[in-house]
Design a protein around this ligand. Structure first.
Ligand SMILES: C[S@@+](CC[C@H](N)C(=O)[O-])C[C@H]1O[C@@H](n2cnc3c(N)ncnc32)[C@H](O)[C@@H]1O
Length: 252
């Protein structure tokens, strides 16, 4: 065993691990996350239909051939709005089935690592499994570098200074709510931009923040793009995109 494998520790049978795999670049995994990705009996991950799954792609360099994997494929993602009753029933049934598949492996005494982009407890799908399984099985959550940390690092911009209050908003909020919350913020991060880009851009402009806003797509991943929001003319954003509005507080 190498020194780093010893420090990372290994996986225990019958335990579910929520593994934060960071913002995209495999080098930003924690020691514990990398160790578990290499040692769990089963590597599980969520994926959109027809896609490899972003968290799974991030750890590809760490996976040797022949590892046992469990792909949990969403029946829908952004084809139906999250407020639609069909979305709730389909996603609810999917999460129940996914939790059943994980339970079966855990009951067999396998260690299962469920990959999560960024940090598992920060808007992570892992939380839906944690909610269903943590009372029955041992669960360890491994924190990860969040997508937003990766994005402001790659945009080369500090996000908060001194007394700045940072507000994190999902781009799925309605325009009025976005404006209201942005007006209270010294610094802001707007996640889940995707199809909401037009609405988000209008809200940022109405709040008087457009000149400071950056659009970051696929931060730390292949195809990364960082541009001022004012000059990003895209009608829609990428799924992996966010808006950063850096604070201007006390820089001494
Ligand atoms: C379901 S949330 C998952 C957040 C994740 N658990 C984290 O800790 O960052 C997905 C949203 O995170 C944002 N995101 C995560 N990683 C990103 C990255 N590398 N570049 C740009 N946006 C990212 C995007 O706004 C995306 O729509």
């Amino acid at each position: 065993m190498t020194r780093w494998e010893e420090l990372a520790g290994s996986a225990t049978g019958g335990t579910l691990y929520g593994i934060g795999v960071g913002p995209g670049d495999v080098r930003y995994l924690t020691l514990r996350a990398a160790g578990l990705v290499r040692s769990v009996d089963v590597v599980a991950f969520f994926a959109k239909r027809g896609r490899q799954g972003n968290a799974r792609s991030i750890v590809t360099p760490l996976l040797e051939a022949g590892r046992r994997e469990l792909r949990l494929e969403y029946p829908v993602t952004d084809e139906i709005p999250a407020t639609h009753p069909d979305y709730h029933s389909q996603i609810g049934a999917f999460y129940r089935q996914a939790a059943d598949s994980l339970s079966e492996l855990l009951r067999q005494g396998r260690s299962v690592g469920l990959l999560s982009e960024g940090d598992p407890f920060f808007y992570g799908s892992f939380m839906h499994m944690w909610r269903r399984l943590a009372k029955t099985f041992p669960v360890e959550v491994v924190p990860g570098v969040t997508g937003m940390s990766g994005c402001w690092t790659r945009a080369n911009t500090p996000i908060t200074w001194g007394d700045d209050a940072l507000v994190v908003l999902p781009g799925t909020l309605d325009e009025g709510k976005l404006v209201e919350r942005l007006r209270l913020a010294d610094a802001a991060v707007i996640m889940k931009v995707g199809r909401n880009l037009g609405k988000v851009r209008r809200a940022v402009e109405t709040a008087g923040l457009l000149s400071r806003a950056l659009y970051v797509e696929r931060g730390t991943m292949p195809g990364e793009r960082v541009v001022p929001l004012a000059s990003c003319g895209d009608p829609e954003g990428a799924y992996f995109a966010m808006i950063l509005i850096p604070g201007q507080g006390r820089a001494i």
